[in-house]
Design a protein around this ligand. Sequence first.
Ligand code: SF4
Ligand code: SF4
Length: 277
Amino acid sequence: MSAWSPEHPDALDQLNQRPQPRPKVAVHKFSSCDGCQLAFINAGEALITLSQLVDIVHFAEAGPLDAEAEVDIAFVEGSISTPHEKERIEQVRRQSRFLVSIGACATSGGLQALRNFNSHSAEQWTQAVYAQPAYIDSLETATPVAEHVKVDLELWGCPVNARQVFAAIRALLFGVMPLIDKDKLCVECKRRGNVCVLVAKGEPCMGPVTHLGCGALCPAFGRDCYACFGPAENPNTHALARRFVGLGLLPEEIAHRFHFINSHTPAFRSAGLEWAE
Ligand code: SF4
Ligand code: SF4
């Protein structure tokens, strides 16, 4: 290509229009059900648009395989539950500019973190659950990604939805961190005009302590929230538990409300333990 000069006025334009390398994106799976990866696949047309803007270099569930590729954005689904995953997440961190954990398993350890309460050892659990426990190599605990490596952004939910994932990608491609609203689900419920199932139906809704982001999906269908988006900022778990007593829940039932999908988060773990005995 010739250099810019008054005799070649469009050479600079040509230079500026050179194709830039497209950002590289990877989606890595750890211990999980794959539901959060479906947030990408369910995006349909938006996924096709995304594939024109970025190179999706590793996404086993959708096809591309290159687990060791250096990438700009790595999405990580799943908890760290095996010795191999402990090594693998460190490798993913080294080869990724931004690391985004997606879904309850990756952000809080997920359902599998229920084993962290130490009532049984990992060996006892695998013997109780699997026909051939000798093939299972498991850590004593299932823990969130952030307990092992630096995480740049956490997207909560079980599963996350396409709206969250694509908003995050859009912001990161513009070079800014996405703004995540950490308010309570009740705010989203009010915006949507839902009838409150806690007040109107006496259901033990976890909305007052739960992170918004799902669009108040369950109350919109007349059922209580079970907190799959994890704790909101400054959740008043004690007041909500007292309200559940007023609704007639037994201490064990209150403990189960907090010790469910996000039991390993400090707020829900301690709130549940207050009522567990
Ligand atoms: S239904 Fe649940 S989330 Fe909605 S306003 Fe009532 S308590 Fe809050
Ligand atoms: S309402 Fe609660 S349980 Fe239902 S999707 Fe939203 S956060 Fe999850």
